[in-house]
Design a binder for this molecule. Sequence first.
Ligand SMILES: Cc1cc2nc3c(=O)[nH]c(=O)nc-3n(C[C@H](O)[C@H](O)[C@H](O)COP(=O)(O)O)c2cc1C
Length: 174
Amino acid sequence: MEAIENIFTRKSVRNFKNIPVEKDKIRKILSAGMSGPSCVNARDWSFLVITNKEKLSKMADANGRYARHLKKAAFGILVCGDLERAYSEAEDYWVIDGAIAAQNMILCAHALGIGSVWLGTWPQMDRVKNQAELFSLPDHIVPHSVIAFGYPEEEKPEEDRDLYEEDRVHFEEW
Ligand SMILES: Cc1cc2nc3c(=O)[nH]c(=O)nc-3n(C[C@H](O)[C@H](O)[C@H](O)COP(=O)(O)O)c2cc1C
């Protein structure tokens, strides 16, 4: 799939087929997450991959009701920031680096025919705390976001979406 087609046909998927995703595809998705830019090339993220249904259910509950779709996913990834690797002069860049990794994984999954939905975690600190406790994360590993992945339940024809909004853009001056 061409990059431009990939970007313009991606949509969040919240209903998944009850079939697993192949291990090599999960690895490819993780590799895409690790292929984005990061501040000073800190690569200040870590990923926790969950396929076990019981754990997926607990992971969903830890993120609140808007994460319930995760219970039916083939797998979930908890994208985490690694504060020991973050840029010491501006640590907060870890949040941006985590978001880039998340979006790269979502786009890679889409190219592989795998649907996904981003389930916001950081900066909702109750969710951050719940995920950290659930998975007994070390103190320097901070939950950033959860992504639910799986083969889409509905195989809708993919149409390009043009979400361009003229009034959001300013050329040369405000
Ligand atoms: C930071 C962030 C947090 C999100 N959290 C949730 C969530 O908790 N539950 C959910 O169903 N979708 C969540 N989404 C997905 C958005 O609802 C979705 O991207 C948006 O409605 C646009 O739809 P689209 O992805 O199909 O273009 C989140 C997306 C982002 C970027």
